[in-house]
Design a protein around this ligand. Structure first.
Ligand code: FAD
Length: 476
């Protein structure tokens, strides 16, 4: 009970879980050459809690007990601001890659708290009780939690029951006196290979015929029948000189299969209440997009910083077009940062919890995602084509090549060839490697795609007032 060390976290992952990588069963995720990297990346969370520099931010003291700030229930703007700061600080430690092993799980727990209150008000207090017990269990044991919300979905134009087979959305196949049995698969489930628990949420609102699909629950990752098929994307061995970020930092995603999995009653948070499925899906997203924009900040800081640094190394800082492009990057970063701060400041209090302003959160996420590829383009433009044509790390040590590399690849302002190559490799890893591609797809799709963000923003914006103003000035 209480805060765990990184070693205790790692030990907890050796629990017989069913994980596959490239068709092979992984017996110990902590020692696997690719998943082990993700485990080490996740350790950042536990190490920060022990680090005097971060402890006041990362740990909350409540009487005699201490627990991770992620588990702190936000009651006001300041709580949301500190949550956002912690997410950004850990992502900075992760060299722009979010850690996520508590961020996403507590987003789901906060949503469950709110929906639990609404279920209790609708005459179903048993769910609230289970949610509170589960929350305390995770908090007091300092657990790492994945969230599986996105179903595989089959034909996107059809609802769950209209699909070619019934398992394109996770659903209940058996109701038992002591629990339920679920079948189906979720996809893109981040960090699931290296968490202790997974919370499963519906991905959309449900119609009356979809009752079996209106299901929410939580399971330990080593539950029988729960199978994780890990994505190998970005999993080739890398040299830290050539890939200063992705050689050391990794996040895993899985196809998460529920092969007739038993869920005991105390772990069921929604079971057929169709009118609450959409509410649960959306309340999770209201928190999760705030997490998303919070963890994007270090990435934007690095894009602006790398742009400025490579302009200096290439001797082009004073050129008018370069200043213009750097200003564009700075404005992009500043806009997202300002929107996050304002989303926390103008939060609403719902069922006792502070919820970030939904309009500002979605506008921030959309602004980030919509402009990300253009920001990458600017940094690549300033860096030059050597991002994908430069020499290997071995060329700096080989007697046959070293002198040529050092002689010909130097830059301006004290950037000798080695310094300039280090900077170029950082930019190449961030924008032109498989990690760069991962970041681009992450920007577009993770935490919901463009259309989902626009839909939320459209719903939240006060069109009535502005239309009334327009009518008034038109004399109508
Ligand atoms: C790196 C990464 C990590 C992620 N981590 C998690 C995680 O931890 N947990 C989790 O639950 N999810 C996670 N996600 C999933 C993420 O939320 C989804 O990718 C996102 O919601 C989009 O869903 P999709 O990928 O199935 O794409 P789709 O929904 O298939 O979207 C593809 C296109 O189809 C369009 N479309 C879809 N449905 C319709 C429709 N009915 N009508 C018209 N157009 C439609 C979309 O607008 C889009 O243009 C992650 C995603 C990524 C990329």
């Amino acid at each position: 009970m209480g805060l765990r060390s990184a070693d205790q976290y790692k030990e907890s992952l050796r629990d017989g879980r069913t994980v596959y990588f490239r068709g092979q069963r992984v017996h110990d995720v902590t020692t696997h050459p690719v998943i082990g990297l993700a485990v080490e990346h996740a350790c950042i969370d536990y190490r920060m809690a022990e680090d005097p520099q971060y402890r006041p931010l990362a740990v909350v003291k409540n009487g005699d007990t201490e627990y991770s700030r992620y588990y702190h229930l936000p009651r006001n703007s300041d709580d949301l601001r500190k949550r956002s700061e912690l997410i950004a600080a850990s992502t900075r430690e992760g060299a722009t890659l979010v850690v996520l092993i508590k961020e996403i799980g507590t987003d789901a727990l906060l949503a469950l708290h709110i929906v639990g209150e609404r279920l209790a008000a609708a005459g179903k207090p048993e769910y609230r009780e289970r949610i509170h017990n589960y929350y305390r269990y995770c908090r007091d044991n300092d657990l790492a939690i994945a969230v599986a919300q996105t179903d595989v979905k089959g034909d996107r134009s059809l609802g769950p029951t209209a699909q070619a087979h019934p398992d394109y959305y996770v659903h209940v196949v058996d109701q038992r006196p002591d629990g339920i049995v679920v079948r189906g698969a979720k996809v893109h489930t981040s960090v699931s290979t290296n968490t202790n628990e997974v919370i499963v949420l519906p991905t959309r609102a449900m119609r009356p015929e979809d009752r079996a699909y209106a299901v929410g629950f939580a399971l330990p990752i080593n539950t029988p029948g729960l199978k994780l098929i890990a994505s190998p994307h970005g999993g080739t061995p890398k040299d830290p000189f050539e890939h200063p970020i992705s050689a050391r930092h990794k996040m895993m995603e899985t196809l998460t299969v529920f092969d007739d999995v038993f869920v005991p009653t105390e772990r069921i948070f929604l079971n057929g209440e169709i009118e609450f499925a959409g509410l649960l899906a959306l309340t999770f997203v209201r928190y999760h997009r705030f997490t998303a924009v919070s963890y994007k900040l270090p990435l934007l800081e690095l894009l602006v910083g790398a742009g400025a640094a490579i302009a200096e190394a290439n001797g082009i800082s004073r050129a008018a077009h370069v200043r213009d492009k750097l200003t564009q990057l700075a404005a992009y970063h500043t806009t997202v940062r300002g929107l996050i701060e304002q989303a926390a400041s103008s939060c609403t209090i719902e069922d006792g919890l502070a919820v970030p302003n939904t309009l500002l959160t979605n506008v921030a996420k959309f602004h980030f995602a919509h402009n990300y590829h253009e920001a990458v383009q600017i940094v690549q433009d300033l860096a030059g084509g050597i991002l994908v044509t430069g020499p290997a790390v071995e060329d700096l040590t080989s007697e046959l090549t070293r002198d040529y590399v050092l002689k010909y690849l130097g830059g301006a302002n004290g950037f000798d060839a080695e310094k300039r190559l280090r900077l170029l490799n950082l930019i190449s890893d961030l924008t032109a490697s498989d990690f760069g591609g991962y970041q681009e797809v992450l920007a577009v799709h993770a935490e919901g795609g463009f259309e989902a963000e626009k839909l939320q923003a459209y719903r939240e914006y006060d069109f009535k007032s502005v239309a009334a103003y327009a009518r008034k000035l038109a004399g109508i």
